[in-house]
Design a binder for this molecule. Structure first.
Ligand code: MG
Length: 203
């Protein structure tokens, strides 16, 4: 199983990062060890002083595919959920400055909690899914899949030109504006609509 994570997929988030809007999807891979086991807390890693949350819609691939045409991409997933792409921002900024890969800041153990999935038929249309993140009961990020620069179907089509997608692969589809720091003791909860799908305590 592999995890594909799209970066810079919401315009206002690209602006808050001080970067240029990408012309093609930007993505990186995470190993399966980056999945935070269910119900386990996230332990603040010792190697960073600035870990940030990024709430994202996540898509689970349910068919093997390569060179998937965008118009057929909807056939390759039937469940959507939410995840948090925890990012050691201090390390990422340093790596970006040096033009180095991001994985150390993005793909470390437990950096990718993934919540419960919902069947597509029980969700609004894929281009109009609202989701949000609460930090200690306060909404800190809110997004709508309709604001993605590259749609879920476009991402699947694009990524599959390079990587065979397999059953069970997970795609993080990018975070909306409002990324922020986590602190030890925080309680994070992520929702699609008003359904809580993911809860993570920071220790
Ligand atoms: Mg992200």
């Amino acid at each position: 199983m592999k995890i594909i994570a799209v970066g810079l997929n919401y315009k206002e988030h690209v602006v808050e990062m001080g970067l240029a809007v990408p012309e093609e999807p930007v993505f990186f891979l995470m190993p399966e060890t980056s999945i935070l086991p269910k119900k386990q807390p996230f332990y603040y890693p010792e190697f960073s002083k600035k870990v940030q949350y990024e709430v994202e819609l996540v898509v689970k691939i349910n068919r093997l595919g390569k060179y998937i045409e965008e118009k057929f991409a909807h056939r390759y997933y039937d469940e959507i959920g939410v995840g948090i792409d925890f990012t050691a921002r201090d390390i990422q900024n340093d790596l970006m400055k040096k033009g180095l890969p991001w994985e150390k800041s993005k793909a470390f153990d437990g950096s990718a909690p993934v919540g419960k999935f919902i069947k597509k038929e029980n969700l609004p249309p894929v281009n109009n899914i609202v989701f949000h993140l609460e930090q200690n009961g306060k909404i800190v990020q809110a997004g709508n899949s309709g604001s993605m620069i590259f749609s879920i179907d476009k991402i699947i089509s694009y990524v599959s030109q390079f990587f065979t997608l397999k059953i069970g692969d997970i795609i993080f589809t990018g975070t909306p504006v409002g990324v922020g720091d986590i602190q030890i003791g925080d309680a994070l909860k992520a929702y699609i609509g008003d359904q809580e799908l993911l809860s993570v305590d920071i220790k």
